[in-house]
Design a protein around this ligand. Structure first.
Ligand code: 4AD
Ligand code: MG
Length: 459
């Protein structure tokens, strides 16, 4: 007898085979005819498989009729075509072993629908729900597509460090990493710390990725990043995953082409590989989940400058909460207006004011704007941020001074401009923003296994 997942067992090819299935009971229903139906789920796919348990099984009364939602079991039996309308196949059990019980008095995941807020308080159990299981399968597919896409495009996967001494985004929103005792008396000195200087959790692998792009050509890094900003929104996490390609000899146009191709590839793969999960999201979470992806796949992304966008927003007649004014950063409401209401398609905004973007972005000839690009999508707003990088040593030095950065901390980054400097570009895609967009889930905390947000790191 071979062991199958529920996903494999539900394929028509499995009919007629004697198999072993293992998973968790979703429901049990006893029939008057002296047998029972179980719905079994093992997370390999959204759907359950129906198990028919004959009353003749030796543990039928002692165990099978005690099974409740959440119990874990092994089923041995024959897969047969189902006469029922709800499923194509079912399993006729010849033996059932119970691994673990789940008391219905205390097991919190009963059949009823729970709110996402409640499920967050039991993050160790929520992967057993339909919605979170579907999210995690989509997330896995996105991660797989990310690697496939960049590998096929000839990018090398570089593992950039998590502990760093430099602030990539220059925003100062970093978590300190230290082994010093903050209560020590006299107060500890930074040079006595583990690394001999202050260190932090990285906010981005970009600066290190640039090192490798400026030697290996096309690279990408993909890992956890950390931001200590106190933003309690539905789009922000303190710990999130970011994929960051970086390519030598790419200008901004090549960078935008890459970003558009990349996003479309991910969406296409999810529609193809996660159709059952996507239908679930369209039915229960966001009616336009599938049609939005199809729409984005068909459209060419609009490309326009920040200055043009400000113009459109200023003349929109909308009552925005945050003011629209050249030189101010755009808020989610502005981004969403552009992509949802004005253009009805994805938008890539370029050439932002130098004052609101990090030091590493290439200065334009107008000296007021930099070669930035943000990709905006309906519902989530900014999903990708990137730029062409400043490759001129003198301009970069000046920009760093302007933003108050300590030059000696970045000597190695500046060396890339001293020796064989090249034009290069890159961007970062937030994995959770991507999964949020694809699934239509309203809160970013519901698309990551264990969300870290201000005041919350229980699990
Ligand atoms: O725009 P950001 O800050 O850009 C960078 O970090 C660059 N160094 C990337 C690069 O050019 N290599 O962040 C990039 C993306 C955002 O567009 C967003 O999708 C996501 O990362 N992101 C967050 N996701 C969840 N929670 C947060 N707090 C996020 N901050 C950024
Ligand atoms: Mg950004």
């Amino acid at each position: 007898m071979e062991c199958l997942t529920v996903r494999e067992a539900r394929l028509p090819a499995a009919v007629g085979r004697e198999v072993i299935l293992r998973g968790w009971v979703r429901t049990r229903r006893d029939s008057k005819g002296g047998f029972s139906f179980l719905e079994l789920n093992d997370g390999s796919c959204l759907g359950n498989i129906q198990v028919i348990v004959p009353g003749e099984l030796p543990n039928y009364d002692s165990e099978i009729r005690q099974l409740t939602t959440g119990c874990s079991i092994q089923v041995e039996g024959l897969i047969q075509a189902s006469p029922g309308e709800k499923q194509a196949v079912e399993v006729l059990a010849s033996r059932i072993v119970v691994f673990g019980w789940a008391s219905p008095e205390t097991y919190l995941l009963q059949k009823k629908r729970h709110s996402y807020e409640f499920l967050r308080t039991i993050a160790h159990l929520r992967p057993r729900t339909n919605s979170f299981g579907a999210v995690m399968r989509v997330r896995n597919t996105v991660a797989r597509s990310i690697h496939e896409f960049f590998q096929e495009e000839g990018f090398l996967y570089i593992h950039t460090p998590i502990i760093t001494a430099s602030d990539c985004e220059g925003a100062g929103a970093m978590f300190r990493v230290t082994t010093l005792d903050p209560q020590a008396n006299p107060p500890p000195k930074a040079e006595d710390d583990f690394f001999g200087k202050p260190t932090y959790l990285t906010v981005s692998g970009q600066l290190e990725a640039e090192v490798f792009a400026c030697s290996l050509g096309k690279v990408y890094t993909f890992g956890p990043t950390f931001r200590a900003e106190n933003s309690n929104t539905t789009r922000h996490l303190a710990e999130f995953w970011m994929v960051e390609p970086e390519a030598a000899f790419f200008d901004l146009a090549a960078n935008m082409d890459l970003a558009e191709r990349f996003l479309k590839r991910i969406l296409r793969d999810v529609l193809e590989r996660c159709s059952e999960d996507m239908e679930f999201f369209a039915r229960w979470v966001e009616p336009s989940a599938i049609t939005t992806l199809e729409h984005v796949l068909q459209e060419d992304f609009i490309r326009l400058s920040y200055t043009e966008a400000i113009d459109i927003l200023a003349r929109s007649g909308q009552n925005f909460e945050f003011p629209v004014e050249w030189g101010r950063d755009l808020q989610a409401e502005h981004e969403r207006y552009l992509t949802e209401t004005h253009f009805h398609k994805p938008v890539i905004l370029t050439d932002y004011p130098r004052t609101i973007k990090p030091f590493y972005m290439r200065l334009n000839d107008d000296e007021r704007t930099v070669r930035a690009m943000d990709v905006l999508l309906p519902r989530v707003g900014e999903i990708i941020g990137g730029s062409q990088r400043e490759e001129r040593l003198d301009v970069l030095t000046q920009r760093m001074q302007e933003q108050g950065l300590r030059m000696e901390d970045y000597w190695w980054y500046l060396d890339l401009r001293r020796y064989g400097t090249v034009p290069h570009s890159g961007f970062g895609l937030g994995l959770e923003r991507a999964v949020q967009f694809i699934t239509g889930m309203g809160n970013i905390r519901d698309v990551i296994p264990f969300p870290r947000t201000p005041g919350s790191a229980e699990f």
